[in-house]
Design a protein around this ligand. Structure first.
Ligand code: SF4
Length: 381
C-alpha cells in the first residue's frame, strides 16, 4: 500500500521524502502543491524533477475521502457527508459569513463519550479517523469551494472548528499532525486563534495540547455542577468540573486567545433555569478564587427521537443569557444556519440514530443528493 500524503504534516512529509532520498525543500514544494493548490496528480507538479515524480508515483498517493452527498442551503451553508468505510460516514459543514468562512470538521466515526443530548454519542463509537481523513475534509472543502465560488484561487476557509463528530482529544495522535498542517504557512496558513478544538473535557489531553499545538479551546460544559454534568456528559465522572476548570486555567497560559469558550446546550427544564444560570456565573467567576477567563456560547438543542430531551423555549434562553451577561460574562446564543439542509455537525448530527441503520442511511443518501432535509442549527465560527 502506498503512503497517503494527506496523513503527513510538513515534518512527516520531510521524513517521508528523506526515505526516498530527497531533500527537505522537495517536501515543502510537495506540501504546497497538495495543500495550497489542491493537486493530487504528481504529473501536475511541474517544478518537481521527473525522477522524483516517478518515485512518488510508485510510493505515494494523495487520496481524499469518498463523497457520499452534498447539501447546500439557501444561506450558503454546505454540508458534506463522507464515506469512511464499513458503513460509517462523517460530516463536515461549511458556514459562510460576511467576514469569515468556517469549516466544522469531524475527528472520529461516532464517539465514545456518549453525551446524553448528542446524536453522535447515541450512535456509539466506530473508529478514529486518520490524520489524512481529518486533513482531507479541509483539503476537499477548501479546493472545492475555490472552484464553486470562483474565487480565482483565493482562500475561502479562514476558520476551522473541530466540533464535528467525535471527541478530538480522544484521537490525539491523529489530531496534532492535522492541526499542524492547518497552521503551517506552506499548508493552509490558518491563525492559531482561528483553529478551535472543542472537547468534552479530556483533562490530560488539554494539558498535552497546550504543549504540542496550542490553538483556541472550546469546552462543552452544559451544566453548572457535577451532579447534573455527570448525567449529561459521562466523562465528568472521570474528570469533574473543578479539575476541568483547573486544566482550562493552565491552558490559558499557552492559549492564543485569552479566554476559553464554554459551550452550553440548552435543555428544557434540565439545565436552563435561572438558578442554573446563577450557579454557572458563580462557578466561572469564583473557581479557586480567580475564576476562568471565558465566553459562554448557548446552543439551542437540536432534538432527536432517542434523546427524550426538548429544546429550551427561546424566552428561557434569553433570560438565561441575561443573567450571565449581567454578571459580566460575555454570552452569545448560537445562530441558526443551514436550516433547510440539516447542516449542524457533531453533537447536532441529527439524522444518525443507531449503528444498525447506517448502511441503509448511506444507501439512501447516495440516491438523494442535494435533497433538502429538515431544519437544524449550526456551530459558531
Ligand atoms: S457532544 Fe461531542 S463528546 Fe459528547 S458524545 Fe457528542 S461528539 Fe462525543
Amino acid at each position: 500500500m502506498t503512503a497517503n500524503l494527506l496523513d503527513f504534516d510538513l515534518e512527516g512529509l520531510a521524513a517521508f521524502c528523506a526515505e526516498l532520498g530527497e531533500k527537505r525543500f522537495r517536501a515543502t514544494q510537495l506540501f504546497r502543491w497538495i495543500h495550497q493548490k489542491g493537486a493530487r496528480d504528481f504529473g501536475q507538479m511541474t517544478d518537481l524533477a521527473k525522477p522524483l515524480r516517478q518515485k512518488l508515483e510508485g510510493n505515494a498517493r494523495v487520496e481524499g475521502l469518498p463523497l457520499i452527498s452534498q447539501h447546500e442551503s439557501a444561506d450558503g451553508t454546505i454540508k458534506w457527508l463522507f464515506d469512511v468505510g464499513d458503513g460509517n460516514a462523517v460530516e463536515s459543514v461549511f458556514i459562510p459569513e460576511a467576514d469569515r468562512g468556517t469549516l466544522c470538521i469531524s475527528s472520529q466515526a461516532g464517539c465514545a463519550v456518549g453525551c446524553r443530548f448528542c446524536s453522535t454519542g447515541h450512535q456509539g463509537f466506530s473508529r478514529n479517523l486518520t490524520s489524512g481523513e481529518i486533513t482531507g475534509q479541509l483539503w476537499f472543502a477548501e479546493h472545492f469551494l475555490r472552484q464553486h465560488l470562483k474565487t480565482g484561487g483565493d482562500r475561502v476557509i479562514s476558520n476551522v472548528v473541530m466540533m464535528g463528530m467525535g471527541e478530538p482529544l480522544q484521537n490525539y495522535a491523529a489530531l496534532v499532525p492535522a492541526l499542524k498542517t492547518m497552521l503551517d504557512d506552506h499548508g493552509y496558513g490558518l491563525s492559531r486563534r482561528r483553529v478551535t478544538v472543542s472537547t468534552s473535557g479530556v483533562v490530560p489531553m488539554i494539558d498535552r495540547l497546550s504543549e504540542d499545538c496550542p490553538v483556541a479551546l472550546a469546552v462543552s460544559l452544559h451544566a453548572p455542577n457535577d451532579a447534573l454534568r455527570d448525567k449529561l456528559v459521562p466523562l465528568n465522572r472521570k474528570y469533574p468540573i473543578a479539575e476541568l476548570l483547573d486544566a482550562c486555567n493552565r491552558y490559558l497560559v499557552h492559549a492564543p486567545r485569552d479566554f476559553i469558550t464554554f459551550e452550553y446546550c440548552m435543555l428544557d427544564g434540565v439545565n436552563d433555569l435561572p438558578e442554573h444560570a446563577r450557579e454557572l456565573a458563580h462557578l466561572l467567576q469564583t473557581h479557586r478564587g480567580q475564576g476562568v477567563s471565558c465566553k459562554l456560547n448557548l446552543i439551542p438543542f437540536n432534538p432527536f427521537p432517542a434523546s427524550g430531551l426538548v429544546r429550551s423555549p427561546q424566552q428561557r434562553v434569553q433570560a438565561f443569557a441575561k443573567i450571565l451577561s449581567d454578571a459580566g460574562i460575555v454570552t452569545t446564543v448560537r445562530k441558526t444556519r443551514g436550516d433547510d439542509i440539516d447542516a449542524a455537525c457533531g453533537q447536532l448530527a441529527g439524522d444518525v440514530q443507531d449503528r444498525t441503520r447506517v448502511d441503509r442511511r448511506i444507501a439512501q443518501q447516495r440516491t438523494v443528493m442535494l435533497k433538502p432535509v429538515p431544519a437544524d442549527t449550526t456551530k459558531e465560527a
